[in-house]
Write a protein that binds this ligand. Sequence first.
Ligand SMILES: Nc1ncnc2c1ncn2[C@@H]1O[C@H](COP(=O)(O)OP(=O)(O)OP(=O)(O)O)[C@@H](O)[C@H]1O
Ligand SMILES: [Mg+2]
Length: 222
Amino acid sequence: MHKTYRLGRVDVPVLKGATLHVKPGEWVAILGPSGSGKSTLLHLLGDLDQPDADGGEVRFDGRSLASMSRRARNLYRNRSVGFVFQFYHLLPELNVLENTFLPALVGLHRWEYYRRIGQLRQQSTRLLESFGLGHRLKHRPRELSGGERQRVAIARALMNNPKVLLADEPTGNLDEATGAEILDLIAQQHRDGLTIVMVTHDPAIAKLADRVVHLHDGRIAE
Ligand SMILES: Nc1ncnc2c1ncn2[C@@H]1O[C@H](COP(=O)(O)OP(=O)(O)OP(=O)(O)O)[C@@H](O)[C@H]1O
Ligand SMILES: [Mg+2]
């Protein structure tokens, strides 16, 4: 893929033919220095942003995202992938439980909402309990530690049972011990079959993955 940002009249090429194949069930770490385009690449994989025109494509299960209908693409973003960010991006007005089941509400009609909300609350409660957050369900994000916030963010990312977890420096804002807990949690999901693409600039963290690739000068090197 190619991705160029335009700043005023200046073109900033970030990805210059980056190619990555990820197999089902694989855990791939993308290692690269700050500014190398790791987040950019992850955003393209998750369809949060798109490559340049004629700048390549993202395929999922053999299908090009660009060839999908808008509805299919929305489903891809909402169901096929889950996103975890360095700075959690929880909604401050919602409590832990509500933040977690929010992705499952996307696209629901009102009548479906009333039919499904009980079950979604149960499902997200179980997920949060399995992450050791059963005693924090009614808390707001600001009342949580960084590690707790990231566990909520991972629960939210898993709420719709995605095929792929896209994680952008998921421990970048945490101390070492808390980061290790979060990585344990991610490793557990991987053992349960989840495909993971994780961005990091820390080689020690990248080592946990099945495969490490390097993003350098806009390209991927194995
Ligand atoms: N929306 C944008 N507009 C213009 N330039 C951007 C935009 N987003 C990123 N860039 C530039 O693209 C380059 C790559 O950014 P990106 O965030 O992908 O890097 P990164 O590898 O994730 O870095 P970090 O490790 O610091 O998170 C940087 O030089 C950045 O300034
Ligand atoms: Mg980044």
